[in-house]
Write a protein that binds this ligand. Structure first.
Ligand code: THU
Length: 142
């Protein structure tokens, strides 16, 4: 696990975590009842939230991380400082495989991912730790 996140102030982390935790309340998860909130801090200093959105056709549902990144991308953001993901469980959940691939499109291996448990404690990891040897935009650049 990574232990520090460069370029993220204590104030930014405080805001990022409270917005990720607050975003759990916006989850649509009538099937799993497993609430997930996410918040991304953009390089320009904005916070973009997301939550999981499920569907009666179960595989169609979307995770909080992909909702948050989709929101950020369509709002015009392309550079990101960090993401926080919050669930109600302990220990904290980490992003699923599909979300790891989705997030790697828009991030670098050092991108910090703060994972909050139901008590507000976090573990810190990075994109590179979650998805080493990834396939991404660089593979189209030759
Ligand atoms: N989920 C997320 O939103 N993010 C994760 O990182 C793990 C899982 C959602 C998907 C589904 O709505 C619910 O949690 C249970 O799997």
């Amino acid at each position: 696990m990574a232990s520090t996140a460069d370029h993220l102030s204590a104030q930014e982390l405080e805001t990022l975590s409270s917005k990720a935790i607050a975003a759990k309340a916006t989850a649509y998860c009538p099937y799993s009842k497993f609430r997930v909130g996410a918040c991304i801090l953009t390089q320009s200093g904005e916070y973009v939230q997301g939550a999981n959105v499920e569907n009666a056709s179960y595989p169609v549902g979307t995770c909080a991380e992909r909702v948050a990144f989709g929101n950020a991308i369509v709002a015009g953001h392309r550079e990101f400082k960090a993401i926080a993901v919050a669930t109600d469980i302990k220990p904290a959940a980490s992003p699923c495989g599909m979300c790891r691939q989705f997030m790697s499109e828009f991030t670098t291996p050092s991108f910090p991912i703060f994972m909050y448990d139901g008590e507000g404690n976090y573990s810190l990891t990075t994109m590179g730790e979650l998805l080493p040897h990834s396939f991404g935009p660089k593979d189209f650049s030759h």
